[in-house]
Design a protein around this ligand. Sequence first.
Ligand code: COA
Ligand code: MG
Length: 288
Amino acid sequence: MRSLLFVPGESERKLEKGLASGADVLIVDLEDSVAPARKAAARAMAAAFLADRSGEAGPLLYVRVNDFSTGLTDEDLAAVAKAAPHGIMLPKAAGGADVERLSAKLRVHEAEAGLADGAIHILPIITETAAGLLAAGSYSSTLPRLAGVTWGAEDLSADIAARSARDETGRYTDVFRLARAMTVLAAAKAQTAAIDTVFVDFRDMEALRRECLEAERDGFTGKMAIHPAQVPVINEAFTPSPEAVAEARAITAAFAGAGDVGVVGIDGRMYDRPHLRRAERLLARAGG
Ligand code: COA
Ligand code: MG
């Protein structure tokens, strides 16, 4: 999951365009990009879109439902779960217990639709409320549906009454840098993917590229997008380079050749177990 493109669930045109965008994941949105009066129409359109593509090759199809506090989540799930999305994005998640709560609901839908138990994965947005951010450590590797964790700045600004998430130079202010960092830590703790948040200036490709490279450097393995033009930039930044793959292969080969050792030397540089772990993770991301 390098690129995850949001598509408003009520736009047939964008749903079709999203399929051709090259994104690894489409997130069909029933939440913030859909006006309250359009929720029912969006549910129906999203369900039809998923059902038409069930079993087809192409991007993974996720649905962002409305959060638990809205009272809309159950109707969202009732509409889309039977169409077998690959996953559900849960906004404003308040902690691991919310993932368990959604899992229990999905289990029922899967049973009723004849889907395998656990077929539908979960990707929570973990920093959209102060309570959620402070509970970032509650996600765990014992949540089998967890496909990753991601973060959001806009709703968090509203929750804490910040006027802006960024300073005058464009850099996230402290609370939002904390949210970003907690996402990387939560993902590592839960042994799942850390997905970076959206970049909203969708014409500014240079700034997007910079933000992607910083995210990749810091431990994120993918980023959400709001516009198809962002997808190639994100895919490139989160695809391990041939040089990085070659280096990782050299490290794993050196350890394999040395037997049960903790440290090896390659071309005059020391590599120990953390380097091996990092190399293995990079190769897993690169597909071997
Ligand atoms: N998915 C699929 N297609 C998209 C798209 C998206 N997220 N965003 C834009 N497109 C399509 C447009 O429909 C347009 O196609 P067309 O010319 O055939 O109609 C083309 O890409 C170019 O779009 P552009 O004119 O550059 O942008 P816009 O003004 O139409 O749309 C947004 C701008 C922000 C409204 C749009 O990108 C969007 O809806 N993004 C997703 C918003 C969202 O889901 N937010 C919730 C998560 S934060
Ligand atoms: Mg939101």
